[in-house]
Design a protein around this ligand. Structure first.
Ligand SMILES: [Zn+2]
Length: 418
């Protein structure tokens, strides 16, 4: 048992900001959250009195939860040769406030998927990562983005079953295109996912509106019929809404409007890469105003270049060039092609959504922490500053650049300069 201690600042809770707030940490738990003036009465007067009382407008927010992240710090989960390499990327994001990370693979050969998934499942067993996201291989070539077309294949429930065994319950989501035969419905990949405690995440799709609607309806029903104890979350997800799918057109509506309508009705949770590059800030604002914070989740889709300089990188074996902080597939003649993942940390995405997309700070933080926790089925354990939860928190300056990060009650090594 260690001594309890407090940190003070503007505390961002799920529904408000405590201007002169305090968070008391005891061991790996949040012991108390409240106005500093109320600490004495709550029995934590000594801890809060011992903490610095900041005057710089700093915020205390929950540790962030990223449910779509391929890498950072020069390493990526699809390409990492060892668990230590993968941990370089985990640490890159952890030092910037992401205390729970779902590691994303990309479309690769079945052998590569098995190998990388096995390594990541070991890291999940060790408590270093929160789970695994497969992005592909059952996606649409027409909207492949940075997915390697060489390894794209039709939905294969047998391969899915095998990957579920390899990942031993650590699979969180798989991105798949709903138009593929056996993508959803009886005997489908989506059925294997749900029956094994994971979630389909529709995306990288060439589907029309009717297919998206049918997939949404089936998936909602299936999740509704699945017993709570075997289900990760009652809601499935849409992989980076707008990216990797046909844009909306009123005579050829495609999947976007269907996905938004389903989310507004309590079906899908919409991933948004709110980094200012993948989606216009006004599109994030409109989706937020349409569906509200409980039906969207902010993600990074970050790749190896997160936290690094411009230059050459690799994503799932494919060459990527990063220019002005934007990652593109490198064409054969060296010219930039499709966007190939993000380079932001989730805290950057939260800041950007707050400052440029009209989200309140409370809601932007909520979409970067609580919403990911709910997808993981861990909202009772992580995702907000509430007593009893795991002591994962970020102290950030008035512009939301990280100053200190605590994970499981322990301050992790020095935070790099913003
Ligand atoms: Zn991705």
């Amino acid at each position: 048992m260690s001594e309890a201690f407090a940190v003070r600042g503007q505390v961002v809770t799920p529904n408000s900001i405590l201007i002169d707030g305090a968070v008391v940490v005891k061991d790996d738990r949040l012991a108390w959250i409240g106005e500093s003036s109320a600490a004495q009465g709550a029995g934590f007067g000594a801890e809060v009195a011992a903490a610095d009382s900041p005057t710089d407008g700093r915020y205390i927010i929950p540790g962030l939860v990223d449910v779509h992240c391929h890498g950072g710090g020069g390493q990526s989960f699809p390409d990492a040769a060892t668990a230590d390499d993968a941990m370089v990327a985990v640490w890159e994001h952890r030092l910037h406030g992401t205390t729970s990370i779902v590691t994303s693979l990309v479309t690769q050969s079945p052998e590569a998927l098995r190998r990388q998934a096995q390594m990541l499942a070991d890291l999940a067993d060790a408590g270093e990562i929160a789970g695994i996201h497969f992005e592909g291989p059952f996606v649409a070539e027409a909207h492949k983005g940075a997915q390697d077309p060489h390894y794209i294949q039709a939905p294969n429930p047998a391969l899915m079953r095998e990957l579920m065994i390899v990942t031993r319950g650590h699979t969180v989501t798989m991105t798949l295109a709903p138009e593929g035969k056996r993508a959803f419905g009886s005997g489908s990949v989506a059925e294997v996912l749900i029956e094994n405690g994971a979630l389909p995440s529709y995306g990288h799709t060439d589907c029309d509106s009717a297919t998206m609607r049918a997939a949404a309806r089936w998936t909602r029903e299936k999740l509704g019929l699945t017993p709570e104890e075997t289900r990760l979350s009652p809601r499935y997800t849409i992989t980076h809404l707008f990216n990797g799918m046909e844009p909306f057109h009123h005579r050829k509506p495609g999947p976007v409007l269907e996905a938004i309508a389903d989310a507004a009705g309590g079906g899908a949770v919409l991933e948004l890469i709110g980094d200012g590059t993948h989606v216009h800030p006004d599109a994030v604002r409109s989706v937020y105003e349409l569906v509200g914070r409980d039906s969207m989740v902010l993600v990074t889709d970050a790749m190896a270049a997160a936290g690094m300089d411009d230059g050459d990188y690799v994503l799932g074996g494919q060459a990527v060039i990063v220019m002005d902080g934007k990652a593109y597939l490198r064409g054969e003649d060296g010219t930039p092609g499709s966007l190939a993942g993000g380079t932001a940390h989730l805290l950057d995405v939260v800041r950007n959504s707050w400052k440029n997309s009209g989200m309140s700070l409370v809601d932007a933080v909520y979409c970067g922490s609580m919403q990911g926790a709910k997808i993981l089925g861990k909202e009772a354990e992580i995702g907000s500053l509430e007593a009893g939860k795991r002591a994962d928190l970020v102290v950030a300056d008035e512009n939301l650049y990280p100053l200190q990060v605590f994970r499981r009650g322990i301050q992790i090594a020095s935070v790099p300069e913003a």
